[in-house]
Design a protein around this ligand. Structure first.
Ligand code: ADP
Length: 159
């Protein structure tokens, strides 16, 4: 059984992330959305909140699981069988960072491949950062994030 690991911070999950998860599920038998606990980015949402929001968004997608992970992604991935890492590629700006990470991960664990997928055009410029910025100022983010995330952001920012 081939498994895709979709790793990320998901602070919060957007429809761009979910687009990649769905596409991954079209190719792989099982998808694990792996949410990093490394607080390098000082997330707005706690790990529990981020996981709950993703679980709610994927509840009708069979074969998709959500798990936290800490430490090196390749160490986490190595504990699973027949896995590939799936990352989303948006504009060209993602490319250099993603290439660097993929090559470093391959150097660390040569048998784990990284696969890149492109989202639908409407999500090409969508980032969790821009979502938080717009939401904090009371802007409309409908259609860009799941409904649960929209509500959670409204509560966080009192908008
Ligand atoms: P990280 O901190 O690891 O970059 P993110 O939560 O920002 O975590 O992103 C997780 C993954 O989802 C990355 O592969 C990223 O490129 C991808 N991604 C984020 N937003 C989008 C989007 N709008 N469309 C496609 N892929 C996306």
């Amino acid at each position: 059984m081939r498994t895709a690991i979709c790793p990320g911070t998901f602070d919060p999950v957007t429809n761009g992330h979910l687009d990649i998860v769905k596409r991954s599920r079209g190719i792989f038998d099982r998808v694990i959305v792996a949410v990093t606990t490394n607080p390098k980015k000082e997330p707005l949402f706690t790990i529990e909140e981020r996981i709950d929001m993703i679980r709610d968004a994927v509840k009708d997608m069979p074969g998709v699981e959500v798990e936290p992970f800490e430490g090196l992604l390749v160490d986490y991935a190595r504990q699973k069988k027949e896995v590939a890492i799936v990352r989303g590629l948006r504009a060209v700006s993602d490319f250099e960072y993603e290439l660097m990470m993929a090559l470093m991960n391959r150097r660390l664990v040569s048998e784990i491949e990284t696969v890149f997928m492109m989202p639908s055009e409407e999500y090409i410029y969508l980032t969790s950062t821009v979502i938080k910025e717009v939401a904090s100022l009371g802007g409309n983010i409908r259609g860009l994030v799941p409904e649960g995330v929209e509500n959670a952001l409204r509560r966080k920012f009192n908008t």
